[in-house]
Design a protein around this ligand. Structure first.
Ligand SMILES: CC(=O)SCCNC(=O)CCNC(=O)[C@H](O)C(C)(C)COP(=O)(O)OP(=O)(O)OC[C@H]1O[C@@H](n2cnc3c(N)ncnc32)[C@H](O)[C@@H]1OP(=O)(O)O
Ligand SMILES: O=C(O)CCC(=O)C(=O)O
Length: 387
């Protein structure tokens, strides 16, 4: 792997924690994408694929949403997956009861802690502490794995944040969440915040990063380097507004760029990405890192020539690793090697001196706004076959 990535990565000191893990929230925050509503079967299919991928924790849903939501969560629990199942809960006993009814392993209790959230909910800092600690105790007494999420943590007063997380730690929560609810922190801000919190917080720290400024993945990596050890992700990065840290981008950046292999079956990534695309009807952008249709597609002649000689000239890792395939296409930017390769692919014999003419037609066809698929290419070369 290391020949294909920059040697300078290793020169930079990267002290990741040893126990990094992923909790995938495609079925909860991902489903909160406006317009998305996954049915029971769809949720189960996605959960099964996440399990096959070996994702350790699946946030299966938010039980108070509806009876159908509860049923979907129960179905996932009943499937007996290896992945642990968790839910989201408000600081309300009825939400904990709903999670218990679903039979999940754990729940994340969230409550707004920033000034803007407190003002909107008309709660003081003390009231928020009392309310959340009561519910944490209740959930723990009932045997749940419990996470405590300070919603809007990244815009919350640091002393208050330390106080509420410390209280939660004393109540024996299993982890605290730094929720960057509106994607308002920078990677440097995240580093500072995690380091500050690590002075007091010794349990797992989970990062829930939103992508409003395209920083979700960087913020997650920065938080891990500063001492957090769990990241919440979604397939294709779906979720509220600009979405969450994309599972595929984080896992592959850790695996390829930082050489931290979390042991996932990454060759299933493309399949799960397409499944989520199909069920949510949220189309994957063609240039979406890792899973986009263009990620291993090459048209430019110099690139096609290079890739045919050695794929790593223009690819940082092999498409197979994520279940993708390499695709060489023809167009305005093609060169003669691409034409020859296509002719070889179809077993068509053409005289060498005709290649420049064919290339010229390919370029003109593309410049006239046409996609050159295999059939159009075969039509173009037809008349040269017997010359
Ligand atoms: C940052 C996040 O992603 S948080 C998760 C967001 N996800 C969702 O909202 C999931 C979909 N939501 C729903 O189906 C509905 O909103 C429900 C079923 C959860 C609640 O519906 P309703 O009871 O009708 O309440 P509604 O949505 O109108 O308002 C939210 C209520 O929850 C309260 N609330 C919000 N967060 C919390 C919390 N962490 N703990 C306790 N109460 C909370 C609000 O103050 C408000 O209460 P109010 O009615 O006393 O003013
Ligand atoms: O931290 C979490 O897992 C829940 C909070 C959340 O979804 C958010 O603040 O965006």
């Amino acid at each position: 792997m290391e020949d294909y990535i920059s040697p300078y990565n290793k020169k930079a000191k990267c002290n990741f924690p040893k126990n990094i893990t992923i909790c995938d929230t495609t079925l909860r925050d991902g489903e909160q994408t406006p317009g998305v509503s996954l049915n029971e079967n769809e949720k189960l299919d996605i959960a099964i694929l996440l399990d096959k991928l070996k994702i350790p924790q699946i946030e299966a849903g938010f039980p108070p949403v509806s009876e159908k939501e509860k049923k979907s969560i129960k179905n996932i629990v009943n499937e007996g997956l290896n992945s642990k199942t968790i839910t989201l809960s408000r600081a309300k006993k009825e939400d904990i009861d709903a999670s218990l009814e679903c039979g999940v392993d754990g729940t994340i209790i969230f409550i707004g802690t920033s000034k803007i959230q407190l003002g909107c909910k008309k709660l003081s800092q003390e009231e928020v502490i009392i309310k959340s600690m009561d519910i944490i105790d209740y959930a723990k007494e009932h045997g749940l794995y419990v996470g405590f999420s300070a919603e809007d943590a990244t815009r919350t007063d640091l002393n208050f944040l330390k106080k509420i997380y410390s209280e939660a730690q004393e109540r024996k929560v299993d982890r605290v969440h730094i929720a960057d609810t509106v994607g308002a922190i920078t990677p440097q801000g995240m580093e500072y915040l995690v380091k500050e919190l690590r002075k007091d917080i010794k349990i797992d720290i989970n990062l829930h990063c939103h992508n409003d400024f395209g920083m979700a993945q960087q913020n997650a990596i920065s938080g891990l380097l500063a001492g957090a050890n769990i990241v919440e992700t979604t397939i294709n990065g779906i979720g509220e507004r600009a979405g969450n840290t994309p599972l595929e981008e984080l896992v592959m950046s850790l695996k390829v760029l930082y050489e931290i292999d979390l042991g996932f079956n990454t060759e299933l990534i493309k399949e799960i990405s397409e499944t989520v695309e199909m069920y949510t009807k949220i189309e994957i952008p063609f240039n979406k890192p890792i899973v986009g249709k263009n990620i291993f597609k090459h048209e430019s002649g110099i690139h096609v020539d290079g890739v045919m000689k050695n794929p790593f000239t223009y690819e940082p890792f092999s498409p197979k690793i994520v279940g993708q395939e390499r695709n060489l296409v023809l167009g305005k930017h093609s060169g003669s090697k691409a034409i020859k390769s296509k002719l070889n692919q179809f077993g068509i014999k053409i005289k060498e001196n005709k290649i420049p003419e064919i290339l010229k037609i390919v370029k003109e066809t593309s410049e006239n706004g046409n996609i050159i698929n295999d059939n159009i290419f075969k039509e173009i070369v037809e008349k040269y076959k017997n010359i």
